[in-house]
Design a protein around this ligand. Structure first.
Ligand code: ADP
Ligand code: ZN
Length: 343
């Protein structure tokens, strides 16, 4: 088994890259495991999950709410789950965000791990310990930062992943390339999504690389004071349009990254040819780069962003492909740029 263990805020996180769900036995006996998953995964993989107790909730970002958390906690209480249990989230980013949150608050915290089943969860959501729920249109407004004990990568789950979800996850991979890794950016330019879907070696390589990028950033700055802010590239505007325009997270982030590149040209002389390269790469992976924007609604949501202080927001810009920079930008500058690109 290819296992990497990382230390984040004094907590050990194992990443097992060629795992199957059976490796759970290294962490707890089957009768101590409680799997929490969404109803799609539960239906598709009932066989694989049959050895464990399973709690299911309805899939979808709109269910990433406190009410879902409360329902899961009710079931944990009914099942008399105690602190010796191991909670395992099996699913995409919605599952990992909710399950990490539940496990970090139920009885003041139980041991937990993840088996991510989407690209997005494998390279992003399952890593870094951010857990939580949305409050209305406000994304991830309530939550905790607690690390999972382990993340098992079992690629067989990806055989049923719809192509739209592959694209969704590649938006975060392109994000990592933009902020940290020019070489990965050019590797991505040389391939199509279908190459990664078909070629297991290519896929494991890029997943491991992205996990390493994210873990390294999180290990440097778990509490998001500095380096971790880079991971918000494309996300300030992305989050604001995601819920209001009913877009998948990665699609909204793709539009947000295109916007951030254009803003980078204005503020820190990012080369317009590089903006063109980022936009071209997003299109190559069949991601959107523009949308009809409701500027007032976006500005309202941006003002509620956790990265805002007063009339400014800490915004992630690019100085070059592979190199990010944080600048405090007046909300009014963002409004002007949004108006410019939407007219
Ligand atoms: P993410 O935030 O990672 O995109 P979600 O948790 O919102 O993920 O999952 C997206 C959708 O894909 C959900 O409907 C979920 O049930 C479904 N899904 C997740 N993993 C798989 C899989 N391996 N096969 C089929 N469907 C999946
Ligand atoms: Zn994201």
């Amino acid at each position: 088994l290819t296992t990497y263990s990382y230390n984040i805020s004094n907590q050990k996180v194992d990443c097992i890259f060629d795992a199957t769900i059976n490796q759970l036995e290294n962490y707890a006996p089957a009768n101590a495991v409680v799997i929490i998953t969404d109803h799609h995964i539960a239906a598709l993989y009932s066989q694989q999950l049959s050895a464990y107790r399973v709690i299911t909730f309805v899939a979808g970002e709109s269910n990433k709410t406190q009410s879902t958390v409360d329902q899961i906690i009710q079931q944990l209480i009914l099942m008399e789950i105690d602190r010796e249990a191991l909670i395992v989230g099996v699913g995409g980013g919605v599952v990992t965000d909710i399950v990490g949150f539940v496990a970090s608050i139920y009885k003041r915290g139980l041991r937990f791990g993840f088996i991510p089943t989407t690209i997005l969860a494998m390279v992003d959501a399952a890593i870094g310990g951010k857990n939580g729920v949305n409050v209305g249109l406000y994304k991830n407004m309530v939550g905790t930062i607690v690390q999972p004990s382990f993340i098992l990568f079992d690629y067989t789950f990806l055989q049923t992943l719809p192509e739209a979800e592959w694209r969704n996850g590649f938006a975060e991979i392109i994000k990592h390339a933009c902020i940290r890794d020019a070489e990965m950016f050019s590797n991505l330019q040389q391939h199509q999504l279908i190459d990664y879907i078909k070629d297991a070696k290519l896929l494991t390589d890029i997943i491991q690389k992205n996990v390493a990028i994210k873990l390294e950033i999180v290990a440097q700055d778990t509490l998001e004071k500095k380096e971790r802010l880079f991971l918000n590239f494309g996300h300030t505007v992305g989050h604001a349009i995601e819920n209001s325009a009913q877009l998948k997270h990665g699609y909204a982030v793709a539009i947000g990254m295109a916007f951030a590149c254009q803003l980078s040209e204005k503020i820190i002389d990012f080369n317009p040819n590089e903006t063109a390269k980022v936009i071209q790469l997003l299109k190559q992976y069949q991601l959107p780069t523009t949308a009809d924007l409701d500027v007032d609604m976006i500005i309202n949501l941006v003002q509620a962003d956790k990265k805002r202080t007063g009339k400014e927001i800490r915004f992630v810009l690019l100085s070059a492909i592979g190199d990010a920079s944080i600048q405090a930008i007046p909300i009014e500058t963002i409004r002007a740029q949004l108006i410019e690109i939407s007219s």
